[in-house]
Design a protein around this ligand. Structure first.
Ligand SMILES: NC(=O)c1ccc[n+]([C@@H]2O[C@H](COP(=O)([O-])OP(=O)(O)OC[C@H]3O[C@@H](n4cnc5c(N)ncnc54)[C@H](OP(=O)(O)O)[C@@H]3O)[C@@H](O)[C@H]2O)c1
Length: 626
């Protein structure tokens, strides 16, 4: 195995501090977030300490109650697991070291200038079979084909689909044809390929793995874009057959964004979606370079190492959390709260969805370009108070969101953050453990089987998720949105969203994930890949362009976040529960902010553009067919 995993013994933890409290007025919660101050300081105290613990030692954290008592205990308790340190060797690509929050990690930077290395990386491969044409299939197949063509490689990229699949027509439209030998039957494609990218739904992988394995050539390479299949095999005490290599390249973004940014990246070298990679089995020493070549060919700005197990835990968890499910839950609960308190529906939509998908995502993701700044200043030219907000966007990250608020806005943010952090963590923690123990994987496999009529019971395909009043209001808001408008920065919404993001980061950190994985799964994928889709066309357009696994999980977990925020967080704000100052000071000094800045510098800042006629999205979500 070329990629080796070595556990480090050093972990970082955010500082423990004595509990303190500060009462913040509950009435702040429903004020319009007009910003009146601007702090130019981007510095934050990077105070954290390293604990020396032995790998696998268990945490003593487990508060008996809620609120600041539990809060202080959990925030200050040591990590459950130390982050995995994953090193690898490549004979083709340059490995680089990055230091994230004090931890050294290794990555490979991408770029179109690396395409000439692909023939070397793919040595021994004549045909790459891309199996499936859902979200990832079209993106990966086309990116690979384009990159190999640019490298003047004669490796064939062939699509394999199940008999009678409606996707044959889509694949043909993208230029893959039976006549040219680039489109065919699933099993014939698997048995004829040297590298098989298995991009059918995870539930279908679980139901068909035996036949897939039996069709594969000895010494060929199985490529996955998820660790799900390993999780499923593990739950039955199984593993992959020993006569094939098993690798993964897992884009940290939906297929349409993998394709869209690759195309945009033709003009800005290095634009794309980051990927993790894993080498689970390596029968002949080629696996690491093949995986890295695959990732570079997809257009990943940087590729970081993981294991299949860490991947499925963080990925399935992340999409149920802030990436899809939790963000959906947040906006549903806040829209209801704002409208019930008398806010107009349009404004409530702007103060929830537009705030998160616009100004908050933009601020976290990137410094605003000069041109955007001019547009925003001119749109809000009559509101002098908004100037500092837009000027502050030359900063980036979660701290920039907070720092761009007025003193009143900061208090509102803090009240929302303090009340939401532990309720969000409660559901996130449960979700992580459901994923880690295999329950969530089992749930996805069983749901996949209910798509079809059986045992005398009807079929239950996935239902729609954007049919309520809120999303109709959204259609109207988007239709009248001035070009380039990023929506209002509403402090309460920002406080809930950032609390959720930080709670997710903390759960992944406590569970021993690398910072590359944590930041991609909790932040970069949200603001760079997914939220732009909700900004463009609403929640279904974001969720349903993702994998079947993600779509099912989002539907299952979104109501849990809606419920807990409504039942606990918002009630606490209304009851005037004191702000947990420890949480706020830990947020301000968390080492993750520095790590995010490092990750941001590893990719060019390219905004994903989702035009109305986007042809890179799932057919059923294209505007013409709506
Ligand atoms: N989508 C994402 O955002 C994303 C991101 C990272 C990783 N991934 C991973 O990428 C892989 C592919 O996911 P995806 O989202 O692209 O696909 P998906 O939407 O989950 O699945 C769609 C594909 O699966 C095929 N399929 C479904 N049931 C099948 C069966 N019984 N036999 C054969 N084929 C079957 C479909 O065939 P038809 O075309 O015939 O309907 C379709 O091509 C998964 O491992 C996923 O976890 C996805």
């Amino acid at each position: 195995m070329a990629a080796t995993s070595v556990f480090t013994q050093s972990i970082s933890t955010i500082p423990s501090s004595s509990s303190s409290s500060d009462v913040s007025g509950k009435s702040q919660a429903l004020k319009l977030g007009v910003i009146s101050s601007f702090s130019s300081s981007s510095s934050y105290s990077n105070v954290f300490k390293s604990l020396r613990i032995s790998c696998g030692s268990s945490s003593t954290s487990n508060g008996g109650g809620r609120g600041s008592c539990l809060g202080t205990k959990m925030v200050s308790s040591p990590s459950v697991l130390s982050p995995k340190f994953l090193d690898f060797e490549s004979t083709v690509f340059k490995k680089e070291k990055v230091t994230l929050a004090g931890h050294d990690e290794y990555i490979v930077k991408g770029g179109r200038d690396l395409f000439p290395l692909l023939p070397d990386a793919f040595k021994g491969i004549k045909q790459i079979g891309v199996i499936g044409w859902g979200s990832q299939g079209p993106a990966q197949a086309q990116n690979l084909r384009d990159s190999l063509a640019e490298a003047k490689s004669d490796i064939v990229v062939k699509i394999g689909l199940r008999k009678g699949s409606r996707s044959f027509a889509e694949a043909r439209a993208a230029g893959f044809t039976e006549e040219s030998g680039t489109l065919g039957d699933i099993w014939e494609t698997i048995s004829g390929s040297d590298l098989v990218l298995l991009l059918i739904s995870d539930a279908a992988q679980a139901d068909n793995y035996e036949k897939v394995f039996s069709c594969m050539k000895p010494n060929s390479i199985l490529g996955l874009s998820h660790g799900f299949l390993l999780g499923h095999l593990q739950s039955m005490g199984l593993d992959f057959p020993k006569n094939i290599s098993v690798i993964a390249v897992c884009p940290k973004g939906m297929g349409p964004s993998v394709r869209r940014l690759y195309v945009q990246g033709k003009e800005i070298n290095g634009a794309g979606i980051n990927s993790s990679f894993a080498v689970h089995q390596d029968v002949d020493g080629r696996a690491t370079d093949v995986a890295l070549g695959w990732s570079v060919a997809l257009g990943s700005p940087f590729t970081f190492a993981t294991t299949l197990e860490q991947e499925y835990k963080s990925d399935i968890f992340g999409e149920r959390g802030i990436l899809l499910g939790a963000v959906h839950g947040i906006v549903e609960s806040l829209f209801r709260r704002y409208t019930e308190s008398g806010m107009s529906e349009d404004l409530a939509y702007k103060n929830t969805v537009e705030c998160i998908t616009g100004i908050v995502s933009k601020t976290i993701s990137t410094k605003v370009y000069f041109l955007t700044l001019i547009i925003m200043l001119s749109l809000h030219r009559n509101c002098g108070l908004m100037r500092p907000v837009y000027l502050s966007l030359f900063q980036q990250g979660m701290l920039a969101v907070y720092k761009s608020l007025s003193e009143d806005g900061k208090r509102e943010f803090e009240a929302a953050y303090s009340a939401s952090y532990y309720p969000c963590m409660d559901i996130l923690y449960e979700c992580y453990e459901d994923v880690a123990c295999g329950s969530e994987i089992r749930s996805v496999v069983l749901a996949g089987r209910r798509f079809y009529e059986k045992e005398g019971l009807p079929a239950f395909p996935m239902g729609k998720i954007d049919q309520t009043r809120m999303w109709k209001v959204g259609e109207h808001v988007r239709a009248t949105r001035p070009k380039g408008d990023l929506g209002p920065l509403y402090p309460f919404t920002a406080g809930v969203f950032v609390a959720l993001m930080m709670a997710q980061i903390e759960v992944l950190r406590k569970k021993g994930h690398s910072y590359s994985e944590i930041i991609n799964e909790s932040l970069i994928e949200a603001v760079d890949s997914l939220n732009p889709f909700m900004h463009a066309r609403g929640v279904s357009f974001m969720v349903d362009n993702c994998s079947t696994t993600a779509r099912l999980g989002s539907r299952k977990w979104a109501p849990r976040f809606d419920y807990i925020l409504t039942q606990q967080a918002l009630v606490a704000v209304d009851a005037g529960t004191p702000v947990n100052r420890d949480l706020i000071s830990n947020f301000l000094s968390d080492p993750v902010h520095g790590a995010i800045e490092v990750c941001a510098q590893l990719r060019p800042t390219v905004d994903i553009s989702v035009p109305p006629d986007a042809d890179f999205v799932r057919p059923e979500l294209r505007q013409a067919s709506n």
